[in-house]
Design a protein around this ligand. Structure first.
Ligand SMILES: [Zn+2]
Ligand SMILES: [Zn+2]
Length: 264
């Protein structure tokens, strides 16, 4: 069975369409589950183009609940994609404790004050940085996000490659160290097809990373990172081929933060 655990809404300020239209596309593509995973309010930056504001969170939860009662298939999951920012773990824990989320996806889109993922300001910041150093900083944040205990899923865990940006040196040891930490922390890694629509033109994470995940027993789930209804489930044929080729036969699903593995 297939699930799309990474779907946004217009609340984040950079997605479009009605929430129900995302559900309808999931139904048409016969997905068993769709997870609304919109950008949770952030603490360190206030930007209506990046994430929903805290006063919008109750409304978001209400909308997901209403759709849950309207649809049996796909099953609809309540989740958020939360920015991992060292130093704000307490604030995030408080925020997450207010709702009965099915899962929480942790992501890193910002390193310090560098919004490396933000296409509105790209290529701001890229020219001044050493790619190897940027990769080391990024994966350090990924390890911290795995260890912090706030997340069930790590979103697009090599997002740093988004703009076709690659390290010059060999980073095998960095990747292995990172996957070991992820394995011991028990979080799941998302196979996110949106990388295919970006300059890097490949799924997040890379095949090398996914092979390490499989080797260390890290479970995976699937996400499209849809920011418009027609992107729900996009390129899932490629994602399924990819995870099967690496050796996975199951994906993770979540209900009230309990993980259940299901056959692909
Ligand atoms: Zn993201
Ligand atoms: Zn996203």
């Amino acid at each position: 069975m297939l699930v799309d655990y990474h779907v946004h809404t217009a609340l984040c300020g950079h997605a479009i369409g009605e929430m129900e239209d995302y559900v309808k596309v999931a139904a048409k593509k016969d997905l068993a589950e769709i997870g609304f995973n919109d950008h949770a309010p952030t603490f360190h930056v206030q930007d209506p183009g990046l994430a929903m504001a805290s006063h919008q969170l109750p409304w978001y939860v209400e909308q997901v609940r209403a759709l849950q009662s309207k649809y049996n298939r796909p099953r609809i999951k309540l989740a958020v994609e939360a920015e991992f920012v060292p130093g704000y773990e307490g604030e995030l824990r408080n925020l997450l404790s207010q709702y009965d989320f099915d899962y929480v996806c942790g992501s890193v889109h910002i390193i310090g004050d560098w919004r490396f993922d933000d296409s509105r300001v790209y290529p701001n910041g890229y020219e001044e940085r050493d790619a190897d150093e940027a990769y080391a900083q990024y994966f350090s944040l990924i390890r911290q996000s795995a260890r912090c205990g706030l997340f069930d899923i790590l979103g697009h865990m090599d997002l740093i490659k988004k703009f076709d940006y690659w390290p010059k040196g060999d980073i095998d040891h960095l990747l292995e160290e990172t996957i070991e930490v992820i394995a011991s922390s028990g979080v799941c890694v998302e196979v996110n097809t949106s990388g295919l629509r970006r300059p890097c033109a490949q799924i997040y994470p890379s095949e090398k990373i996914l092979r390490l995940c499989h080797h260390y027993g890290v479970p995976v789930t699937l996400g499209s990172d849809a920011h418009r209804p027609e992107e729900v489930g996009l390129d899932f044929d490629k994602a399924v081929d990819f995870v099967r080729r690496v050796g996975y036969t199951q994906v993770a699903t979540f209900t009230r933060r309990e993980r259940v593995m299901v056959d692909l």
